[in-house]
Design a protein around this ligand. Structure first.
Ligand SMILES: CC(C)(O)CC(=O)SCCNC(=O)CCNC(=O)[C@H](O)C(C)(C)COP(=O)(O)OP(=O)(O)OC[C@H]1O[C@@H](n2cnc3c(N)ncnc32)[C@H](O)[C@@H]1OP(=O)(O)O
Length: 257
C-alpha cells in the first residue's frame, strides 16, 4: 500500500512512521489517521519488526487535529461516525511504539504522543492541549492521559489555559522519558527501539501490557495481573535462555518463543 500523508521505512527491526503534511504542521486529518492505523497494523503483524517509532518534522510532531477539516462537523455527524474512535488504533498495537517529538505536539498531536508507549523529545519540543481556544476540549484522551501523566494541577493548568509547556517542563512533569538535542532525536529514538528489539519479544509485549494495565485498574488487580503474566513467562524458551545466559556469563540469544 502506498501512503501519501505518512512515510514509512524500516531500520533493522524498527519501523519508522513519519507524519508528512509539512504544509499543515502535520495536522491530523482523517486520511492521515487512516494511513497511520493501516501502517501500524501492518508492522504489528510483521515478524521482522520489533518496535515502531512515530515522528514528525523538526517544526512539528503534529499541531493537532485538522481544524479546517473539522470546523464544519456537526454533533450528529461526529456521533454517528465516532470521529475520534478511529484514533484509538494506536493503542491496540502490541509492539512498543515510541513517539519521537520535535517542535509542536499540540491538541491531537500531544494526544497521539501520549497514546504511544514512551515519548522521547527534542529540546525544541512544545506540548499543549489548546482545544479550549477553539471552543472545545481535548477529545482523543487529553484530559485523561495528560492527567495521569502529570497530575491534576498541571493538567488543569494546561487544559484550562491552553498554554504550551516546553520539553524541560514536560520532562520534569513526567510526560517525557528523555530529552535529546534536536539533531539527535531520531537516532536516539531508533537506538532505544533497536535495544528493545534485541530483547525477548514475548517479555517485551508482556511488559508493555502490564504497564498499561496500571492505567486501567486498581493496584491490587494490577499486581495480580503482573504476577500471572510473570509466572507465564517461565513457560517461554526465552526465559530459559535469558537466565541460562546470565549463569553462563554470555549474551542471551532470544528466539521470541
Ligand atoms: C484531537 C482533538 C479532538 O483533541 C482536537 C484538536 O486537536 S483541535 C487542534 C488543536 N491544535 C491547535 O489548536 C493548534 C493550531 N495551530 C496553531 O496554533 C499554530 O499553527 C502553531 C502555534 C502550531 C504554529 O504557528 P505558526 O508557526 O505561526 O504556523 P501557522 O502559520 O499557524 O501554521 C502553518 C500552516 O499550518 C496550518 N495549521 C497549523 N495547525 C493546524 C491545524 N491544527 N489544523 C489545520 N491546519 C493547521 C496553518 O493553518 C498554516 O496553514 P496556511 O494557513 O498557511 O495554509
Amino acid at each position: 500500500m502506498a501512503f501519501e500523508m505518512i512515510l514509512t521505512e524500516t531500520h533493522g527491526r524498527t519501523a519508522l512512521i513519519r507524519l508528512n503534511r509539512p504544509q499543515a504542521l502535520n495536522a491530523l486529518c482523517d486520511g492521515l489517521m487512516a494511513e497511520m492505523a493501516e501502517a501500524l497494523a501492518g508492522f504489528d503483524r510483521d515478524d521482522n519488526i520489533a518496535a515502531i517509532v512515530i515522528t514528525g518534522s523538526e517544526k512539528a510532531f503534529a499541531a493537532g487535529a485538522d481544524i479546517k477539516e473539522m470546523k464544519d462537523r456537526t454533533f450528529p455527524g461526529v456521533l454517528a461516525e465516532d470521529f475520534i474512535g478511529k484514533w484509538e488504533a494506536v493503542t491496540t498495537i502490541r509492539k512498543p511504539v515510541i513517539a519521537a517529538v520535535s517542535g509542536f505536539a499540540l491538541g491531537g498531536g500531544c494526544e497521539l504522543a501520549m497514546m504511544c508507549d514512551m515519548i522521547i523529545a527534542s529540546d525544541t519540543a512544545k506540548f499543549g492541549q489548546p482545544e479550549i481556544n477553539l471552543g472545545i476540549i481535548p477529545g482523543a484522551g487529553g484530559t485523561q492521559r495528560l492527567t495521569r501523566a502529570v497530575g491534576k494541577s498541571k493538567a488543569m493548568d494546561l487544559v484550562l489555559t491552553g498554554r504550551m509547556m516546553d520539553a524541560q517542563e514536560a520532562e520534569r512533569a513526567g510526560l517525557v522519558a528523555r530529552i535529546v538535542p534536536a539533531a539527535d532525536l531520531l537516532a536516539e529514538a531508533l537506538k532505544v527501539a533497536e535495544k528493545i528489539g534485541q530483547l525477548s519479544g514475548p517479555s517485551v509485549a508482556t511488559a508493555k501490557q502490564a504497564v498499561n494495565v496500571a492505567f486501567e485498574t486498581t493496584l491490587r488487580e494490577g499486581v495480580r495481573f503482573e504476577r500471572g503474566v510473570f509466572y507465564a513467562l517461565f513457560a517461554t524458551e526465552d526465559q530459559k535462555e535469558g537466565m541460562g545466559a546470565f549463569a553462563e556469563k554470555r549474551k542471551p540469544a532470544f528466539r521470541n518463543r
